[in-house]
Design a binder for this molecule. Structure first.
Ligand SMILES: [Zn+2]
Ligand SMILES: [Zn+2]
Length: 392
């Protein structure tokens, strides 16, 4: 049987169904895994998305022809049964299950296996072929339980408030911002959201996700700013917009903050490791749970994941896609790649360590010139200090 999903110049294409999944060029019919800009683009004729994500798509793409499908419900298109299953990445994120002639394929989109308060938790879906992302597909990426990170964030905010200093938290506006909000201790002080974050908060609240009260900066007295936390996109850091906060401490939240170099290059006071993607054990566990014999790896650490999966008896290959990195938003990913040579020590997990040693070398190699260049190109050609000595 020929492949049910292939890569075309427009994006991932379901051959019998004659529709695309997260296409990067305008097409007639698109199934959308989630609302991040690199997966949900403008200009398609029809959109199909998980019902909880429809509000997000409308708020980001405007008046589009979008059909919502509840998680687990099925529609049929040209003989292909399509259903959407929670991916645990952001509100409304879905894995796409395709069934045709007894064959089952699942395209993951972006996913995270640890549940959180802002979206439906990830559900493994059995299939013959699993198309998986690999944003953090190196063994060095292992997340602490999120409560640990929330506790660290609240402790940082509490200390700043006690010292009479505002706390500026830089993070991606859609998904990461709402997840951080869900973990804040609102008794510490006012919570202020940047104008690019607040509209998404409204969509989350409308979908029934409980978030603490948030305010616009104009609604907070100057004296109260000293106790406030401000949630803003990375682009706001260092802009004139933050001058009004006077003395403040800044922080950045992303999975890339696990890497010292990425933190250093961000130039912020604190880096909090919080990712909306699966870490290495999460990716491996998710792949195993699908029971798929074939795995196709997209955006992230394709060569390492493909090699590791093949070594473990799976039929694995990569798909070259145009998806980006929603944890980075500009040069942080480049910094992370360049920093692969100096990862923090992984936890002493004896099974993991068997391959961690070898794969650390892979990480270092992958972080060498080729990968760093690719990521720099993806980041728009920004310069990455330290990129050149990455394989030293
Ligand atoms: Zn995403
Ligand atoms: Zn993605």
């Amino acid at each position: 049987m020929s492949d049910m999903v292939v890569v075309r110049k427009e994006g991932l294409y379901c051959v019998p169904g004659q529709f695309y999944i997260d296409p990067w060029r305008p097409v007639d019919r698109a199934v959308i895994t989630h609302g991040h800009g690199d997966h949900a683009r403008m200009g398609h004729g029809h959109y199909l998305a998980a019902t909880p994500g429809v509000g997000i798509l409308r708020s980001r793409l405007g008046d589009i022809a979008v059909q919502g499908l509840a998680y687990g419900e099925t529609v049929e298109h040209n003989g292909v049964r399509i259903s959407l299953h929670p991916a645990g990445h952001v509100l409304g994120s879905a894995q796409v299950r395709l069934e045709c002639g007894g064959e089952i394929w699942v395209a993951s989109g972006d996913y995270k296996v640890e549940g959180d308060a802002t979206c439906t938790p990830f559900e493994p879906v059995r299939c013959h072929t699993f198309i998986t992302e690999s944003t953090f597909g190196l063994p060095i990426y292992r997340w602490e339980p999120q409560q640990q990170t929330f506790d660290d964030i609240n402790a940082w905010w509490r200390k700043n408030a006690a010292d009479g200093r505002a706390s500026l938290m830089l993070c991606y506006s859609f998904g990461k911002a709402q997840r951080i909000l869900s973990g804040l201790d609102a008794s510490i002080g006012p919570i202020i959201c940047h104008g690019s974050v607040e509209p998404l908060n409204r969509v989350y609240r409308a979908a029934g996700v409980p978030l603490p009260e948030t305010r616009m900066v104009s609604d907070v007295d100057k004296a109260d700013l000293k106790r406030a936390i401000i949630i803003a996109p990375p682009s706001a850091g260092g802009s004139p917009w933050v001058k009004r906060f006077g003395d403040f401490s800044d922080a950045f939240a992303s999975g890339w903050m696990l890497l010292r170099g990425a933190r250093r290059r961000r130039g912020v006071d604190r880096g909090f490791v919080l990712s909306d993607h699966a870490d290495w054990p999460g990716l491996m566990g998710a792949i195993k749970e699908t029971e798929a014999e074939r795995v196709i790896v997209t955006h992230g650490s394709i060569p390492t994941m493909v090699r590791w999966l093949c070594q473990n008896g799976l039929d694995a290959k990569g798909f070259d896609t145009e998806y980006g990195d929603d944890e980075a938003e500009n040069a942080a990913a480049a910094g992370a790649a360049a920093d692969g040579v100096a990862p923090p020590d992984p936890e002493p997990d004896p099974v993991a360590q068997r391959w961690a040693v070898k794969d650390k070398a892979d990480a270092a190699r992958a972080a060498g010139t080729a990968e760093a260049r690719r990521q720099v190109d993806a980041a728009g050609g920004a310069d990455i200090p330290g990129g050149e000595d990455a394989d030293a």
